[in-house]
Design a protein around this ligand. Sequence first.
Ligand SMILES: NC(=O)C1=CN([C@@H]2O[C@H](COP(=O)(O)OP(=O)(O)OC[C@H]3O[C@@H](n4cnc5c(N)ncnc54)[C@H](O)[C@@H]3O)[C@@H](O)[C@H]2O)C=CC1
Ligand SMILES: O=C(CO)[C@H](O)[C@H](O)COP(=O)(O)O
Length: 299
Amino acid sequence: MQLGVIGLGRMGQIVVDRVLEAGTDVVAFDLDAEAVATAADAGAEPADSIADFVDRLGETKRIWLMVPAGEAVDATLEELEAHLDADDVVVDGGNSYFEDTVRRAESCPAAYLDCGTSGGPAGADLGFSLMIGGPEWAYDELEPVFDAVATGPDGHERMGPSGSGHYVKMVHNGVEYALMQAYGEGFELLAEGRYDLDLEAVASVWNNGAVIRSWLLELCEEAFREEGSDLGDVADRIEGGSTGTWTVREGLEQEVPLPLIYTALGERFGSRADDGRFSRRLANRLRYGFGRHEVPRRE
Ligand SMILES: NC(=O)C1=CN([C@@H]2O[C@H](COP(=O)(O)OP(=O)(O)OC[C@H]3O[C@@H](n4cnc5c(N)ncnc54)[C@H](O)[C@@H]3O)[C@@H](O)[C@H]2O)C=CC1
Ligand SMILES: O=C(CO)[C@H](O)[C@H](O)COP(=O)(O)O
C-alpha cells in the first residue's frame, strides 16, 4: 500500500515514520518545505504541491491529513477534490470539530474517515490511540495503516458513522481538561499547604500503585523534575481551549451537566486576563461595600 500524508508537523511526521517503518510507501506534502525535507530524509517521497502530491499517488488514493483543524482542512480538501473519486479514502487525523467533519464527509468525493488521535508526540514510540468514524469498508481498507499508526490492532477502533471519531476525541479532550484541572488543584494545595514537599517525589510515589496513577501524572512528575516543585518560571496563562469549548457546548445542547470540564475550561479563559480578573477585582470592591473590608489596591 501507499499512503499520502499532508501536514508534516509534530503529529504528521510521526504518522510518516510509523507507516514507513511498517513497510508502506509514503508521499509527503506540507506548505513548509523544511517539513517536507524532514519527511524525505525519513524515506518518504517528497511532493512540492498538492498537484505534484496527487500525481505521485497511484490510481487509488489513500490520504492522511494531519493539518491544523479548521480552514487548513477545508483548503486542502478543496484542492484535492478534483483528483478524488469514490474508491479513494481520505483520513482526517486532526482535532476537527465533528460537525465540520460531517459536512466534509458529505461533500468529499472520496470516502471520508474522521480519526481522533490521542497520544501526542509521545506516540512516536508508543503509537497512538485512534478513534475512527466513517464508512466501514474504508476503515477495513485502511486497517494496516491504522495498525501501524496506533499502538497496534488494539489501539484503533471504528466508533460509528462520520463524525463519531472526532466526537469521541472531543469528549476525550474534555476529560483531559478536567483531569489536568484535578491534578493542578491537588498539587497547588500541596505546594501552598502545610508541608515543604518535593512534588516530584509525591508524583512519583503516586505513580507507583496509587489509585490516581496515570500518564498525565507521569507528566506531572516529569514537569516537577525538570522545572522544580515551584514550576520555576512557567507562566500561568493557559492556551488552547477549542476542543474543551466544543465539549461544553455539546453538554449544554444535550442537557448533560459537565461541571468539571466547564470549570477547567473557565480556568483557562480566566488565566488569560492580562490585567487581573475583573470579577475578582469587583469582588474586592463589593466586600468593601457590604462589609467595609479593606480593598487591596494595585501597586
Ligand atoms: N500536538 C498534539 O499533541 C496533538 C495534535 N492533534 C491534532 O493534529 C493536527 C496537527 O497537529 P500538530 O502536528 O501538533 O500541528 P503542527 O502545527 O505541529 O503541524 C501542522 C503542520 O501542518 C502544516 N500545514 C498547515 N496548513 C497546511 C496546508 N493547508 N497544507 C499543508 N500543510 C499545512 C504546517 O506547515 C505544519 O507543518 C491538529 O489538528 C491537532 O489539533 C491531535 C492530537 C494531539
Ligand atoms: O488533542 C490533543 C491532546 O489530546 C492536543 O494536544 C490538543 O491541542 C489539546 O487541546 P488544547 O490545545 O485545547 O489543550
